[in-house]
Structure formats: structure tokens, C-alpha cells
Design a protein around this ligand. Structure first.
Ligand code: ADP
Ligand code: MG
Length: 448
């Protein structure tokens, strides 16, 4: 029995004993990498899964493995990121695969990804103003809207637009120095530079930009030192008529603990928001993207997605990717019924009445916890994270205010709610596993 076969056999047994949701969450992208001197090394995609498996499934995995191979005396878990893992067949749900974009390389100087351009950016009334402002800025950086501040919810195209502006500037003015940076990277650079007494060098680097783009500026909230250094960089650039472009999940006045002087700087330029794309635009986006990826879907299926995946563009792409992965291993064209079943857990159910209690219940069940664990004060990791997810979902699904969320969790402070929602929102951006987890929870909540 090969290692892969052995692991498949273990999974087949585990699958019988736990819910499909938990199975997907904790066992997706796991494998056995080696067996040596009686020790089996099991690879997991991230530290969260690793810890969870160690704490909750260690015994079960060990027993099952041992039942199949008596030589095994011990098991160890390690983290192996998806990219470095050897290619391997998906062991279940073949429709869920990694995003399949042609390889694009981020430019080392500008930090821009050439995938994000205006050519593949669809403009509709939902993003008309920021797009027009962005195009104008790319034609004459520093001259009109400065700073340009773009805000909007998750997955609505802020990063795409910011980078498209940067790429367009380079196209129009190849000599201009454009720098794109996420707030997190910016913050960690500042912190490291302060520690190594190189802050002046770092500031000089940024002061040399003709166009400085900082994404997700809301993450500077509460980081006073970073805000202070940024304030100086901002002023230096602004005084030289250099262009500054920022994005955030909310308008400047709604970013908590942002220094007043920064807030007023941000408000001194153009503030434009990206709202939700309406049905027709969603359809246009889907058509465009399916063409781009060379996947042919019927009008009926496209309509179905556009109607039922209304929350943001990232989810539209997620739906397409899922259908695309399925289409690849299939010869006949995809029908509506198949599409429906493949997209089951992405589908939005607006008619269901949802409340905080249902969300808390759904999350607790999903993570094998009690409702009261989530409401407790416990700082245990296996409780903190599900609690954050629950807060995030109340925010997302019910548009609950932060004080409201705090109250629902046994009278916690609104800052705890803010922190939790932001943390999960940030992670969702990068961690597909978490995105999957959350859509499984949604499915559970709405079908309860
Ligand atoms: P945000 O930064 O607001 O969370 P992103 O810019 O990462 O959102 O967008 C999410 C995904 O949707 C990206 O893959 C992006 O290319 C795509 N996207 C967003 N807006 C558009 C648009 N107007 N036209 C085409 N694709 C878009
Ligand atoms: Mg973004």
C-alpha cells in the first residue's frame, strides 16, 4: 500500500465518524509524507489545522493508522504550505481546487501584480466614481485627487482597482516610481526599521515614490507608531505633489483609533466608495471572467450564479472556479441542476430569517463547541477563533453593529468585536481554507 493509499484508507474511516463539514475543514489537503522508524509524519496545510488535529483527532488518526499498519508507533503533524506540496490527486470534492490563474509575477520594484489592470476591470454604477477617479489619477498623478481614498466591503475590487491604477501609471509614465504596499507589510517594515535603527532609510525609500499606494489602511487602526511615521511620509509626498492612493473597508471617519491628523489628511482629497454590483453587472462580470478562462457556461447557469451569489465579486469568481474545476473532469456540458448542487454552499439565502442566536449555534456546532463556550471569557485558542468567526458572521450576515455584537457575546466590549471581525475579514482574504469553512458554516446556518 502506498502512502497515499494508506492515507485514503484512513480518511475513508474517519469520514464515517464525523460530519461532512468537519471532515472537509480538518482533513482537506492533508497527507502522509513519510513513515520512518515507526513514526508517521502527517502534513497539514496550516497551523490551525495542525493544532486542531493534534488536539482533537490525534488518537483517532493514530488508532486508525495503526489498524492499517502495525509498524506505526507514533504520529507527528507538520505544516506544509500548498505550493510546496508534491502534486497529488484531490481526495474528495474534486470541484474545489485552487484558483487557476495563469502565473503572474509581482514586480519587485513596484510590488504590483500585472494581473490587475483596467482592461479586465469591469465598471458599473457600483464602482463608477472610484474607477473614473482612478483613471484620472493615472493620467496625471499628483495633480487632481490627492489623496485618492477608496473604500468598500470585502471582495468588491479595492485591491484590483488600486493595482490597476498603479499599472496604468507605469503604462502612461514608464519612468514614474510606483510603490504598492499592503498596510500589514508597511507596518511590519516600519516596526523592523525602528528596531534596527533604519527608520530614516525606510522613510527615504517611501519618500522617493511618485505614486504611493497603500491597501487596507484600516489595519493601521491602533498602530500609533506606524501612523506617526506614515504621517511624515504622507506629508513629504503630498508637499511634493506626489500621488497617494489608499483603500479601506470603511470611510476615514469610521476607522477606529485613527489619529485625527491622519483622518483629516485622508478627508482632504477624494473619497469614493465601491458598493455592491447589481444583477446585470454581476452577469457581465461572470461572462467576462468565464470567457477569460475559456470555460463555456450556458446563459441559464450564468444567470443562476448572478442571482444567487450577490455578495461580492470574489465569491462570483469562487463559483466560477468551482464549476470550472468540475467541467475539466467532465465531458458533457454542465447543466443547471449540476451547477446548483456544486454551488450549494456558496448560495445566499436571503429569505431565511437569521438571528445572532442561530449564528452562534451554527458556529458552535460546526466547531464541536457549546454555545456558552463562545459567550464565555475563555482565551483558549480553540474557543477564541470560533468566537471571532461567529462575530464576523453576525457582522456579515446581519450587518450587526459592533456594540450589538459585543452584547450578544455576554456583554463584551465593542472593540473586541471590531478586532475579531477585522481579524477574520483579513484572514479570509488569504486563507482559502477559512473561506471554505465559513461557507460551510453559512450553509449550516441557513439550512438549520
Ligand atoms: P478587495 O480588495 O476589495 O477585497 P479584490 O480587489 O481582491 O477585492 O477583488 C476580489 C476579486 O474580484 C479579484 O480576483 C478581482 O480581480 C475581482 N474583481 C473585483 N472587482 C472586479 C471588477 N470590477 N471587474 C472584474 N473583476 C473584479
Ligand atoms: Mg484587497
Amino acid at each position: 500500500m502506498s502512502l497515499e493509499e494508506l492515507w485514503q484508507a484512513v480518511l475513508a474511516q474517519v469520514q464515517l465518524t464525523i460530519s461532512p463539514a468537519n471532515f472537509t475543514t480538518w482533513f482537506k489537503n492533508t497527507s502522509i509524507v513519510s513513515i520512518k522508524d515507526g513514526e508517521a509524519i502527517i502534513s497539514t496545510p496550516n497551523s490551525f489545522v495542525k493544532e486542531w488535529l493534534e488536539q482533537k483527532y490525534n488518537k483517532q488518526i493514530f488508532k486508525t493508522l495503526r489498524g492499517l499498519n502495525e509498524e506505526i508507533k507514533n504520529i507527528q503533524f507538520l505544516i506544509q504550505k500548498a505550493e510546496t506540496k508534491s502534486p497529488r490527486r484531490e481526495f474528495f470534492m474534486p470541484e474545489i481546487s485552487q484558483l487557476e490563474f495563469p502565473e503572474f509575477k509581482t514586480d519587485k520594484e513596484t510590488n504590483l501584480n500585472p494581473r490587475y489592470t483596467f482592461e479586465n476591470f469591469i465598471i458599473g454604477s457600483f464602482n463608477e466614481l472610484p474607477s473614473a477617479a482612478g483613471l484620472a489619477v493615472s493620467k496625471s498623478p499628483g495633480a487632481i485627487y490627492n489623496p485618492l481614498f477608496i473604500y468598500g466591503g470585502v471582495g468588491l475590487g479595492k485591491t484590483h482597482l488600486l493595482q490597476a491604477i498603479g499599472n496604468e501609471v507605469i503604462k502612461n509614465f514608464p519612468k514614474k516610481r510606483v510603490k504598492y504596499v499592503s498596510s500589514e507589510k508597511f507596518t511590519s517594515e516600519i516596526v523592523a526599521a525602528i528596531r534596527s535603527h533604519e527608520i530614516e532609510n525606510l522613510k527615504n525609500k517611501y519618500r522617493q515614490a511618485d505614486v504611493l499606494i497603500i491597501d487596507d489602511i484600516q489595519f493601521l487602526a491602533g498602530k500609533e507608531k506606524t501612523q506617526e511615521e506614515f504621517f511624515h511620509i504622507f506629508n513629504a509626498l503630498y508637499d511634493k505633489n506626489k500621488q497617494i492612493i489608499l483603500s479601506s473597508d470603511s470611510p476615514p471617519k469610521a476607522i477606529p483609533s485613527l489619529a485625527e491628523r491622519l483622518r483629516s489628511r485622508f478627508e482632504g482629497g477624494m473619497i469614493a466608495d465601491i458598493s455592491l454590483p447589481e444583477l446585470e453587472t454581476r452577469l457581465a462580470i461572470l461572462k467576462n471572467k468565464s470567457q477569460e478562462r475559456g470555460i463555456e457556461l450556458s446563459e441559464e447557469v450564468l444567470n443562476f450564479i448572478a442571482i444567487n451569489v450577490p455578495r461580492n465579486i470574489r465569491e462570483l469568481e469562487g463559483a466560477l472556479n468551482r464549476l470550472m474545476a468540475y467541467q475539466k473532469i467532465q465531458t458533457q456540458t454542465l447543466g443547471l441542476e449540476m451547477a446548483k448542487s456544486l454551488l450549494k454552499n456558496l448560495i445566499f439565502a436571503p429569505n431565511k430569517i437569521i438571528n445572532a442566536k442561530k449564528i452562534i449555534q451554527g458556529v458552535a456546532e460546526f466547531y464541536d463547541l457549546k454555545d456558552r463556550d463562545l459567550l464565555s471569557e475563555s482565551r483558549k485558542k480553540e474557543i477564541v477563533r470560533p468566537r471571532q468567526v461567529a462575530m464576523y458572521l453576525i457582522r456579515e450576515e446581519m450587518k450587526g453593529s459592533f456594540p450589538f455584537i459585543g452584547r450578544k457575546f455576554g456583554g463584551k466590549d465593542h472593540t473586541t468585536a471590531i478586532h475579531s471581525c477585522r481579524k477574520i475579514a483579513k484572514e479570509v482574504e488569504k486563507n482559502e481554507g477559512l473561506t471554505e469553512e465559513i461557507s460551510l458554516i453559512r450553509q449550516r446556518i441557513y439550512s438549520a
